[in-house]
Design a protein around this ligand. Structure first.
Ligand code: HEC
Length: 140
């Protein structure tokens, strides 16, 4: 009996840990961006309003108006839809999708790719940090 409850607890632990750990991973990433931002602008505090503004802002690319929300939708808690292929994109918010921002390398690659697609340049640490703060501020 004792052994069984240990197994059950272990299983529960394994199931419940990643969710917590991954919101933590996103928060950890915010800290890293905040540290980088401090180096450039010591008075700036990463914030959700700037992240939201960045997220919905339209940019002209080859005569078209594009924004992050084109694919990730107006509310990034919801699943997204690729503007070209129509494919469903899992929610970007770590609040509902624990996989997001849990792998630094992947996150950086996606940022690089999508920022260039939308802004025609890489995103700054300020933009990335604000963006994740915004995603973390959303409720389910
Ligand atoms: C043309 C469609 C499209 C647009 C526009 C777009 N994205 Fe994405 N984005 C995707 C897709 C598809 C994925 C999912 C890739 C995956 O999970 O394998 C994704 C995933 C991401 C991720 C990965 C997060 C993680 O750690 O898993 C980040 C960060 C991201 N996008 C940022 C942005 C930002 C910032 C913008 C605007 C500057 C943007 N995206 C605009 C299609 C798009």
């Amino acid at each position: 009996m004792r052994k069984l409850s240990f197994v059950v607890l272990a299983a529960l632990g394994v199931l419940s840990l990643p969710v917590q750990a991954d919101v933590d991973a996103a928060k950890q990433l915010v800290k890293q961006y905040a540290a980088l931002v401090k180096g450039v602008d010591a008075t700036y505090t990463l914030n959700a309003e700037a992240g939201r503004a960045f997220y919905i802002k339209k940019h002209e690319v080859k005569g078209k108006q594009v924004s992050c929300s084109d694919c990730h939708t107006d509310n990034p808690v919801n699943p997204g839809k690729h503007s070209k292929t129509g494919k469903t994109i899992a929610s970007l918010s770590p609040v509902v999708n624990p996989d997001r921002f849990s792998k630094m390398k992947k996150t950086e690659e996606q940022f690089d790719e999508h920022c260039v697609d939308v802004l025609s340049r890489g995103c700054t640490s300020k933009e990335k940090g604000d963006y994740i703060v915004y995603l973390l501020s959303l409720s389910k």
